[in-house]
Design a protein around this ligand. Structure first.
Ligand code: C5P
Length: 222
């Protein structure tokens, strides 16, 4: 039997990462940050001089992505080709790059098995846009997290500010709205809830409540 998967999908700033990490801590499961793989692919294309709409070459790079995830306690370092890109990875510029390469079917195909390989005992928490629909359609628990556009922009803003980034709320809102539009309207693996996902609008909910609800879902299915 395959290890269980909790699939968490939704637009940016919905709280997926925070909820995913809390569940990982509570259950001791593995964690797949699929967005990081698309971000790394976008960055790698940029560094190799490959345009984010060059499907063939972008997919070639995605297939050999020299990425390393290093965990040291609470901190995590992500290396690309030996370079620490942890900070650059989180910028909205990289998010936009990621969303462009993520619209390419060939890139998604190139990253599919790599994502599935994260599924190991005792279980996996997978965070992304198509975890419940494409990558782990058999996941026993699927959650679709969302929140109002204003609240999501504000959360992302606070997150980036905390990391010391110099951003404005107005331009960040616009950039995120455009990225979500592209993610939801693309033909390949568009952002949408799986038919069997629990839809959770977290607007106005505090994060602890959301974490409790998701944990209860998982525990109820084990
Ligand atoms: O979640 P995160 O903001 O890091 O994702 C960056 C981008 O990567 C998303 O806007 C989306 O275009 C793409 N992505 C995706 N499928 C996933 C995860 C992320 O297309 N499973």
């Amino acid at each position: 039997d395959l290890p269980p998967v909790l699939a968490i999908d939704g637009p940016s700033g919905a709280g997926k990462g925070t909820v995913a990490k809390a569940v990982v801590r509570a259950l001791g499961w593995h964690f797949l940050d699929s967005g990081a793989l698309y971000r790394l692919t976008g960055l790698y294309c940029q560094r190799q001089g490959v345009a984010p709409d060059d499907a063939r070459r972008a997919a070639e790079l995605a297939a050999v992505l020299p990425a390393e995830f290093q965990v040291a306690g609470e901190a995590e370092r992500i290396l690309l080709d030996g370079d620490d890109v942890s900070t650059e990875l989180r910028t909205e510029t990289t998010g936009a790059l990621a969303s462009q390469v993520a619209a390419l079917q060939a890139v998604r195909d190139a990253l599919l098995q790599r994502q599935r390989d994260f599924r190991r005992c005792p279980g996996l928490v997978a965070d992304g846009r198509d975890m419940g629909t494409v990558v782990f359609p058999d996941a026993p628990v699927k959650v679709f997290l969302t929140a109002s556009a204003e609240e999501r922009a504000r959360r992302r803003y606070n997150q980036l500010k905390e990391q010391g980034a110099d951003v404005s709320l107005a331009s960040l809102s616009e950039e995120i709205a455009e990225r979500d539009r592209r993610d939801a309207s693309r033909t390949t693996a568009p952002l949408k809830p799986a038919p069997d996902a629990e839809y959770l609008d977290t607007t106005g909910l505090d994060i602890e409540t959301v974490i409790e609800r998701v944990l209860a879902q998982v525990r109820g299915r084990l």
